[in-house]
Ligand binder design. Sequence first.
Ligand SMILES: [Ca+2]
Ligand SMILES: [Ca+2]
Length: 156
Amino acid sequence: MNLASGNAFKALFAFFGLVALCGLALGDVVINEVELSPPDNGTVWVELYNPGTDAVDLSSWTVKIEDKPWAGLIALSGTIGPGQFYVAEGQPSWVTSGNGTVYLLNGEGIVTDKTPEVSDKGQSDFTYGRFPDGRKTDTRADFFFMMGSKGRPNRI
Ligand SMILES: [Ca+2]
Ligand SMILES: [Ca+2]
């Protein structure tokens, strides 16, 4: 790396550091609940929640479900208002193992949230969700195995 590109890298790093600091003010949308093992051969789904005070435009945002080597992408659209839920549905043809990590990518393709790796073989109405809604300490303790509440507040 020459001096010029090194400085450019530093500038870029400073910029993203600033964005990270401002993250909360931008209204972080979180992955609030995931159903990777639905009952009755149903479709997997991912619930998002907006804990902020501003609506967030989800155009060109993506949810990625990864169960290596498999990965499924769900393109998002529309907006999510403050305190609102948004459900991203997978493809009916997807056959998932019940294991996986779920990522939320913004319009620039940057990962803005991810779940711990979850494992759910039950094919029941139970899901993994944050409780209370939007709880984000970036530890496994944020998520509970609980009765599913698709598009509604989580409860345990
Ligand atoms: Ca389930
Ligand atoms: Ca829910």
